[in-house]
Design a binder for this molecule. Structure first.
Ligand SMILES: [Zn+2]
Length: 276
């Protein structure tokens, strides 16, 4: 059967639009940021011959838990600002080989490009999220400016950091009731930072990399983008609040409980003062 032009695929369009949006927001300077998006075989089949492997790409870690899975990913060293103009150079569709040690390239990553150097963190995060949410499909990393700035000025204790964000915008508790996790500063691109991020991803969809950026995960592009956008907005408000002389009043824990009840969500246990 004749294949449809891959540039018509909804998931390719989503990657083009999202990377352009992230660049516009200033969170992905130069080659900063990366996205991986788990695809179903039936989503890919109308567009690509699945037995036509362009080349094999080795990996530095064991991804056998994702064997046979399809992903669309951003390329290593690629600039988000260029993705929409040259998608086939900056994006790639890959399938994890049966042994989990290499990728079959099915489309894109032209001129011998390879997937993002953060692939260990992405794939380990996918594995961790899928264990707690079988519907998880997206992992996104970027350098959201105010969250990054906050990692210099705010104490890096997860409960305290989460509570500050919850207090900065009323919607935050509703959008990320499980809170934000934080790993120590680590060298990016390594298996170690991948393991640390994935361990946190079992409990939260947001993981802060201090002095670097943020990781987000979720079921679709809007969820993950919205998640990071909401936390980033709260961090931006925090920046303004500090610049205006600091907090004079905020949302009380009693009010956060009322909010949780109204929206039917459960705040991370122990993060709010017990109900009085
Ligand atoms: Zn980064």
């Amino acid at each position: 059967m004749k294949k449809i032009d891959i540039l018509q695929a909804p998931f390719v369009k989503e990657m083009m639009n999202t990377t352009a949006n992230l660049y516009r927001l200033g969170w992905d300077e130069r080659n900063g940021g990366n996205i991986s998006y788990l695809l179903k075989e039936e989503e890919v089949r109308p567009f690509l011959e699945l037995d036509q492997v362009i080349r094999e790409i080795p990996m530095i870690f064991d991804a056998s838990k994702l064997a046979g899975c399809y992903f669309i990913v951003t390329g290593s060293g690629k600039y988000f600002k260029n993705v929409a103009d040259e998608p086939s150079e900056n994006l790639g569709i890959v399938r994890v080989a049966e042994d989990g040690c290499s990728l079959d390239l099915l489309w894109g990553l032209e001129n011998f490009a390879v997937p993002t150097s953060e692939l260990p963190s992405h794939f380990m995060s996918h594995i961790a999220r899928l264990e707690v949410d079988p519907e998880n499909r997206i992992v996104m990393h970027n350098h959201a400016s105010h969250l990054l700035a906050m990692s210099f000025t705010h104490e890096l204790e997860e409960k305290a950091f989460t509570r500050t964000l919850w207090q900065m915008c009323t919607e935050c508790l509703v959008v990320f009731p499980e809170g934000v996790s934080i790993i120590p500063w680590m060298v990016p691109g390594t298996n170690e930072i991948g393991e640390a991020t994935a361990a946190k991803m079992k409990e939260t969809r947001l993981v802060l990399w201090p002095q670097h950026g943020i990781y987000g995960a979720g079921r679709d592009m809007d969820e993950v983008f919205g998640l990071i956008e909401t936390a980033e907005k709260a961090a931006q408000v925090y920046t303004y609040v500090c610049a205006q002389g600091g907090v004079r009043q905020t949302i009380s824990d009693a009010d956060l409980w009322r909010l949780a009840d109204a929206f039917g969500i459960l705040p991370r246990e122990g993060y709010l003062e017990p109900r009085s």
